[in-house]
Design a protein around this ligand. Structure first.
Ligand code: BES
Ligand code: ZN
Length: 584
């Protein structure tokens, strides 16, 4: 026997599950899914079959002939969850498992009406990356086992279900509606996704529409108007879009990420709705995953840089195509600064190993290891190769790579072997070993030049001029570069001028509040609390709690706010923030 992924019980000697039929009844009252799943095997199989689960209550397992299949649900392990071992007595093409999810399923957040924009209807959504699909259904939860699926969601008739899949039908019977979905393209299990709530949609273009709660769908349509142009830019770079549609679902504010690239239906945080289109590059990033991540997927979490490094590269290329080289250079410079900060933080915290591209995550929860390193060090590595061989050759290489591993999973070694075969000698010339397995940034990292960045940096603590007005990105950069602590008077003057502490742009608000906390500008603390109660996006939670925990004066406040806010966070965000509070 051999396990193929440090975060899965999937065994390469066991039968391979290639598609699922999933039927789930959504019960908001008990916060559970009552479900059955039929796992269809590549070829009729017998013998042991190990599956991943977490907090599932399994009631029965039968084979294709309806014969009971003996099973053992092993005790829960801290990172992996509980192994479900089936024993298939005689060759069978499929097994059907009846089970219930737990109210604490790590992928799922069940929201009361009060936690939504509309205020009345409940909402449910999933977030399966990195290893949470197993809390929704028993399966081989590794990107090395792609699946197609058919699904049926039984929801309250007042609500809509949505899946990252193709819509088939909706039938209303009494106060329930049953919706059918199908996913014809094979996906990695972490891309299994659905949401249930009061949802409306607006067309954005021939192959995309935006879904959101009715009260926000108009502003969402305005914010994301440029999506079709982005898809065109992606196709010009990487070839035809493989997933038919690119719809976007605006989540409730507790969504723990900026965006999640669920195929056909990207999930995004409502904090992108800044009213100024300043955050659309997150859409560009999730769109880019259609090629780099969803089509060619990291084999497991230790090769996460292959997903995110390539996607950051593609995101910046899309920005360049749509907004021009200046905007792309500024974005690249921002990424470079964020990366430097992250690298220093890891070194200070004694986690130099997390500054490698290829990580070692045996026994480590991928959510805990998450950082910008795979994104931005990964992108810089690819840029270094590009600089070495020139853009035209690099583009041809990227396309050949996507073509070679299309609908497949890749390890770092496979990437290296493919690159060596396509571009002999190049890896040695860029010192790829130092990039991949070395800590920090190699000396040959490309430098990033942005004259707009230079102008922002030159300001120092001087307030930006009123004319010409700076873009949101430049303002954000200025805030992130301001040395701290400042005086409380400085914070008050900045806030009086720009109104950051009450800004509708959560990025600007959070960047300002970080300075305010570090500077002892206590007048801003109510705004910090309000933000932490309203929003569950980890990009804001982690630094803001971090600043509060870093100062003895606000450490208790951090704990008090968390106690109040935690029930409103997604389980992933709750666990990550709790970890930071415990470590402080
Ligand atoms: N796939 C990630 C989000 C993710 C990563 C979820 C790891 C779970 C585990 C997504 O594509 C992403 O990177 N989102 C970023 C936005 C982006 C512009 C960098 C985010 O959420 O901030
Ligand atoms: Zn990403």
């Amino acid at each position: 026997m051999a396990r193929v992924d440090p975060h899965s019980y999937t065994d390469d000697q066991h039968p391979q599950v290639t598609s699922l039929s999933w039927e789930a009844r959504v019960d908001f009252a008990s916060r559970t899914l009552h479900a059955t799943v039929t796992l269809h095997l590549a070829t009729a199989g017998s013998g042991p079959l190990d599956l991943d689960t977490r907090d599932l209550d399994v009631s029965s397992v039968v084979d294709a002939e309806g014969r009971a299949v003996p099973f053992v649900l092993h005790p829960e392990e801290p990172v992996l969850g509980a192994r479900l071992s089936l024993e298939l007595a005689s060759p069978t093409p499929s097994v059907t498992i009846a089970y219930r999810t737990s109210a604490d399923a790590s992928a799922l957040q069940w929201l009361d009406g009060a936690q939504t924009a509309g205020g009345t209807h409940p909402f449910l959504f999933s977030q399966c990356q990195a290893i949470h699909a197993r809390s929704v259904l028993p399966l081989q939860d590794t990107p090395q086992r792609r699946i197609t699926f058919r699904a049926s969601l039984d929801v309250p008739a007042a609500l809509r279900g949505l899946m990252a899949a193709a819509f088939v039908s909706r039938n209303v019977a009494g106060d329930r509606a049953v919706e059918q979905w199908a996913m014809p393209q094979p996906i990695a299990p972490y891309l299994f996704a659905f949401a249930v709530g009061e949802l409306a949609s607006v067309e954005l273009g021939p192959r995309s529409r935006v879904w959101a709660e009715p009260s926000v769908v108009k502003s969402a349509a305005w914010e994301f108007e440029g999506v079709e142009a982005m898809i065109d830019a992606g196709e010009a770079l990487f070839g035809p879009y493989a997933w038919d549609r690119f719809d976007v679902l605006v989540m409730p504010p507790s969504f723990p990420y900026g965006g999640m690239e669920n195929p056909r239906l990207t999930f995004v945080t409502p904090t992108l709705l800044a009213g100024d289109r300043s955050q659309v590059r997150v859409i560009g990033h999730e769109l880019a995953h259609a090629w780099t991540g969803n089509l060619v997927t990291n084999a497991h979490a230790e090769h996460f840089w292959l997903n995110e490094g390539w996607t950051r590269y593609a995101e910046l290329r899309i920005v360049e195509a749509l907004e021009g080289p200046d905007a792309a250079a500024l974005s690249a410079a921002v990424c470079r600064i964020d990366l430097q900060e992250t690298l220093e933080r890891f070194v200070r915290g004694g986690h130099g190993e997390l500054t490698r591209l290829r990580t070692h995550l045996d026994g480590v929860d991928p959510d805990e290891a998450f950082s910008t390193v795979p994104y931005d060090k990964g992108n810089l590595f690819l840029r270094t190769i590009e600089d070495e061989i020139g853009r035209p050759r690099f583009e041809a290489f990227a396309r050949a790579y996507l073509d070679r591993f299309r609908f497949g999973a890749v390890t770092t070694d496979e990437f290296v072997a493919f690159t060596e075969a396509s571009l002999p000698g190049v890896l040695a010339r860029v010192d790829a070993a130092a990039w991949i397995d070395g800590e920090g940034l190699p000396g040959n990292a490309p430098s990033v030049h942005s004259s707009r960045l230079d102008a922002v940096v030159a300001l120092g603590t001087a307030l930006p001029p009123a004319e010409p007005a700076m873009s949101v990105m430049e303002l954000n950069l200025w805030l992130d570069r301001v040395p701290r602590p400042q005086t409380a008077a400085w914070c008050a003057a900045v806030d009086a001028r720009f109104g950051f502490s009450t800004s509708g742009n959560t990025e600007l608000q959070a960047s300002f509040l970080r300075i305010a906390i570090a500077s002892g500008h206590d007048a801003a603390l109510p705004a910090v609390e309000a933000l932490l109660l309203r929003v569950g996006r980890m990009k804001f939670l982690v630094p803001l709690y971090g600043e509060l925990l870093a100062r003895p004066e606000t450490r208790d406040l951090a704990k008090a706010i968390f106690a109040k806010a935690a029930p409103g966070y997604h389980p992933i965000a709750r666990a990550v923030v709790r970890g930071r509070i415990t470590a402080a």
